[in-house]
Design a protein around this ligand. Structure first.
Ligand SMILES: [Zn+2]
Length: 317
C-alpha cells in the first residue's frame, strides 16, 4: 500500500540528525560539501585555485585567479543571516521530517528565536521549495480539480465569496491504476485563460487529463493534452467517484495538514508559497531519509532573498 510505504519509512531520526549536524562546524562542512561537491569553484570566474582565511569567526575563500572573496553562505539563501547554521539545519529537519507542516510559531519555539526570525527563515526555505518545484510537469493520467485555501475567519464571509479565500488549481499525476505519483498546486482563478497558462507550464502535451464538469478545464486541450470530462453533479457523490479518488485524497490531506498547522496566515498574499511547500513535501514523500540533503543542495543553489523581497510575495512571483 502506498500510504504505508510513506508512513513506515525510516526517515532521518532526530538522533541521527544530531550526530550529523549537531555542531556549527558539522553544518558548515555539510554546506561546503553540498555547495562545492567537486571542490571550491569561484562564484565569479569558476576557477578552483584558492586560499582561505578566517574573519569574524567565519571562513572565507579567496580566488587566486580573480581575487574574489566569499564565505560558504554568500550568494546562497543563507547569505547575511545572523542565525547560526545549526538552527537553519534544525529548521530544515523539522520542515521536512514532521508529519504535518510546521508553522513559524512552532519554529520559534523549537529554535528559541524571535517570531520575526522564525517567520523569515521559514519563508526563505519555502521559497527554495517553490523555486525547486517551479519546473514540475505532470504527464500520463492526471486528475485535476478546483479548490480553495482558507476562507474561514470568525465573523467574516465564508464560502466562495470570502475575501480571504484563495482559488487554486490542484492536479495529481497517477499511475494507470489511479495511485498518486506527484502533484502540482497553482493559485490561480478558474478561467479558461488561466487553465491554459497552467497547462502550458505544468502539463506535458501527452497528458491525459480527467476533470469534473467545470467548463474552464477544457482549456488543457490548447497544448494538445487529452481531456476527459466527467460530469459529476457535484456534492457528496462526486467525492466518491473512482475517477477522482487520488485528487480527493490529496486535497483532503492537504486541508488537514494546513488546518492543523496554520491558524491565521495571510492566505491571499503567501498562498503560492504555502502550496509550494505542500507540493515539495508530497513529491518527495517516498524519500524522507534524503530530503534534508536535497533541500540543503537546493538552498545552496538559490540566490539570496532579502527580507523585503520575501515580504513582497506577489511582486516576485
Ligand atoms: Zn575567481
Amino acid at each position: 500500500m502506498a500510504m504505508n510505504r510513506v508512513q513506515f519509512q525510516a526517515g532521518l531520526s532526530m538522533a541521527e540528525f544530531l550526530n550529523r549536524y549537531g555542531s556549527e562546524e558539522q553544518c558548515e562542512a555539510a554546506l561546503v560539501a553540498s555547495r562545492w561537491p567537486h571542490g571550491f569553484a569561484c562564484p565569479a570566474c569558476g576557477s578552483g585555485a584558492h586560499g582561505t582565511f578566517v574573519r569574524a569567526e567565519r571562513r572565507y575563500w579567496q580566488c587566486r585567479a580573480c581575487r574574489h572573496q566569499c564565505s560558504a553562505i554568500s550568494g546562497t539563501i543563507f547569505e547575511s543571516t545572523k542565525l547560526p547554521l545549526r538552527l537553519w539545519f534544525l529548521a530544515m529537519q523539522l520542515l521536512t521530517q514532521s508529519k504535518n507542516n510546521v508553522s513559524a510559531l512552532e519554529l520559534m519555539r523549537q529554535l528559541g528565536v524571535c517570531y520575526k526570525s522564525a517567520w523569515l527563515l521559514k519563508h526563505k526555505l519555502m521559497e527554495v521549495m517553490r523555486l525547486r518545484e517551479e519546473p514540475r510537469q505532470l504527464d500520463g493520467r492526471v486528475e485535476i480539480d478546483d479548490a480553495y485555501l482558507g476562507g474561514e475567519r470568525a465573523g467574516g464571509k465564508s464560502g466562495r465569496g470570502s475575501p480571504n479565500k484563495v482559488p487554486f488549481i490542484a492536479a495529481v499525476q497517477t499511475t494507470a491504476q489511479g495511485q498518486p505519483v506527484c502533484v502540482c498546486f497553482a493559485p490561480q482563478p478558474f478561467t479558461s485563460e488561466s487553465v491554459a497558462l497552467f497547462a502550458a507550464k505544468s502539463l506535458a502535451t501527452s497528458a491525459q487529463v480527467v476533470s469534473d464538469g467545470l467548463w474552464c478545464f477544457g482549456a488543457v486541450k490548447i497544448i494538445g493534452a487529452e481531456h476527459q470530462r466527467v460530469v459529476t453533479g457535484g456534492g457528496a457523490t462526486s467525492v466518491k467517484l473512482p475517477q477522482f479518488k487520488a485528487i480527493n485524497t490529496v486535497l483532503g490531506n492537504l486541508k488537514t495538514a494546513l488546518k492543523g498547522t496554520y491558524h491565521a496566515f495571510d492566505f491571499a498574499k503567501y498562498a503560492h508559497r504555502y502550496l509550494a511547500e505542500a507540493q515539495y513535501r508530497f513529491n518527495r514523500r517516498f524519500n524522507l531519509a534524503s530530503i534534508l540533503a536535497r533541500l540543503l543542495r537546493a538552498a545552496c543553489c538559490t540566490s539570496p532573498r532579502p527580507a523585503p523581497l520575501i515580504r513582497m510575495a506577489e511582486e516576485c512571483r
